[in-house]
Design a protein around this ligand. Structure first.
Ligand code: SME
Length: 182
């Protein structure tokens, strides 16, 4: 049998991925959608050692599952060279700030406290960093590594006020909990 040309093999793999991991098949009900999305992300990243690949996969599937409500979706990772500073990682959306010190803005508050920040109106949040003036509400969830150290925060912004609720918080926290541990 002749070898399968690389492009053909690649296409076949991508087609299989698209079929197996299509967010179109996710349930409409939000908490069920998060539960299946978590399983989908875990399955795609299983065995993957690159943190960039894990973060980028989560961003892609989250945006496909929840756009356009998710206007800006991405990770700010703890800079190993400056452990009290976040640096932008994989994201989808308009241009984001490159660096955020712990304690500044919503992302910095999540990093400093280790707690999810659910912000219904970003303009009412002291020190909010307006990377894109269209953002009106935001949720930021900490991501911990297997040793329990803060590795990153997941930042999701919306152009609608109060776009995120406790179901989003629970769903995103569950996804962030398995991202670097499962
Ligand atoms: N809004 C964030 C800054 C990051 S961007 O919106 C992409 C904050 O205040 O932490």
């Amino acid at each position: 049998m002749p070898p399968i040309p690389f492009n053909h093999a690649r296409q076949t793999l991508d087609e299989a991925m698209a079929e197996t991991f299509s967010p179109d098949d996710l349930p409409l009900e939000k908490s069920a959608r998060y539960t299946e999305l978590k399983a989908m992300i875990a399955a795609v990243v299983a065995g993957e050692t690159s943190l960039t690949a894990r973060y980028a996969t989560a961003v892609s599937l989250l945006v496909q599952a929840f756009a356009p409500r998710f206007f800006w979706t991405g990770f700010y990772v703890v800079d190993p060279l400056k452990p009290t500073e976040l640096v932008v990682g994989p994201y989808q959306g308009t241009l984001g700030c490159l660096r955020i010190p712990f304690g500044r803005g919503v992302c910095g508050a999540a990093a400093a406290t280790g707690q999810t920040q659910l912000v219904k109106d970003v303009h009412a949040f002291p020190g909010h960093i307006a990377c894109d003036s269209r953002s009106k509400s935001e949720i930021v969830v900490p991501v911990y590594d297997a040793s329990g150290a803060l590795a990153a925060v997941l930042d999701v912004d919306s152009t609608e006020l109060a776009a995120f609720d406790e179901e989003d918080q629970a769903g995103l926290e569950t996804i962030c909990a398995i991202l670097l541990t499962a």
